[in-house]
Design a protein around this ligand. Sequence first.
Ligand SMILES: Cc1cc2nc3c(=O)[nH]c(=O)nc-3n(C[C@H](O)[C@H](O)[C@H](O)COP(=O)(O)OP(=O)(O)OC[C@H]3O[C@@H](n4cnc5c(N)ncnc54)[C@H](O)[C@@H]3O)c2cc1C
Length: 412
Amino acid sequence: MNSVDVIVIGAGASGLIAAGIAAQQGKSVLLIEKKTRPAIKLSITGKGRCNVTNSADIHEFIEKFGNNGKFLYSSFSNFFNADTINFFEELGVSCKLERGGRYFPESNDAHDIVNALIKFAKNNNVKIITNSEVVNFVCENKKIKSIVLKNGNTYSAEKFILATGGKSYPLTGSTGDGYKLAKSLGHTIIKPQPALVPLVSSDEYLKQLNKLKLKNIEISVLEDNKIATKLFGEIEFTIFGLTGPLILTVSSKIFSLLEEKKSVEISINLKPALDDKQLDDRIIRELNSFGSMPVRNMLKTLLPIQIIEPFMKKNNIKHTEICSAINKEKRKKIFDGLRNMRFKIVSTRPIDEAIITKGGISLKEIEQNTMKSKLIENLYFCGEILDVDGPTGGFNLQAAFSTGYLAGQLKG
Ligand SMILES: Cc1cc2nc3c(=O)[nH]c(=O)nc-3n(C[C@H](O)[C@H](O)[C@H](O)COP(=O)(O)OP(=O)(O)OC[C@H]3O[C@@H](n4cnc5c(N)ncnc54)[C@H](O)[C@@H]3O)c2cc1C
């Protein structure tokens, strides 16, 4: 049997950094990856550009991770965003700051981040084996002795780090194996759910709206017809529903509401910059200036062309209607349509299409200042396998790097 000091399972963002840090301390480290090459998910992050971290301060970071954010305090204190930037700089990859505090590699190429992490692991003599799926642990008296691969090979070590990621984008290798492995050791798994995932709508006009992006709009999530959340920004229509930054942000909340059998709608305020009076004055002005022309023509001054047809149908405006014939009641309809264009949400897209998995190993069973299991004396966790999930903007990768760095120190 092959024996080393440390085995890291999963060569993703968190596993690569954990393996390199463990090796820097003089340990012999074996990093085992299921796929044919390391960090496939990392190579597609940020639409291929990899949003490595965010410039937010530690308090904002923790807030972004919601109720479980506090768990990350020790990891972030130990290795944070400036450390991430320096880490990659030292490996020859400079990063640049973009709007929203988001950092990307100067090259706009996620592969540079992947290659830097592999270089870091290899420079520190980590042995990486690919095409090797861990299927089992051999455990005695609350201590792991060895791991078993799908091909039957076994490897033993003093310490183990489980970094198998979440359950989304399974083609990248993250198929939730780590949950089963941890469960077999007695760990509790908080039910994995999709987060940062597109929404499915039953709206009949989606085909017409497909690919339309709306910027500078406000959305409200309506839970049983009452406003649950309001956000300002950008959305995009798809053939099946809605996506884009605002939608991804509210998606895990919507997943929970739908699980509770609540009725959910997204209401879009298409003119959030105008108050009610300004909006009504604007509609009156446009109606007056278009006079005997069809309302459809007037709407071109208020809306992107692609949305006009669905807008008219939703608000019962006929093609034959002309601006000068619009009475107060009809004008109110146009006003309401611009303020509150509704889309019924019936589900989220499946977890396979989620950017991140919500849920994972229960944090109650992990020491936050070491990432060590409270149940198994030589096991550590890092990355998305943990029950933490943040919004888009580089927060999730920073959590993977920070928890990976801490787990790799093998404290405790
Ligand atoms: C499309 C997309 C875009 C994203 N963009 C961003 C972004 O720009 N910024 C950001 O902060 N976050 C982004 N994320 C989230 C980010 O990619 C993850 O949070 C991060 O990759 C988690 O790192 P990890 O190491 O925990 O898991 P992963 O990166 O998923 O790595 C886990 C590794 O473990 C391996 N593995 C699994 N099971 C086994 C097994 N049984 N045996 C051996 N190996 C195994 C997998 O093959 C995989 O290589 C994005 C996610 C997606 C899907």
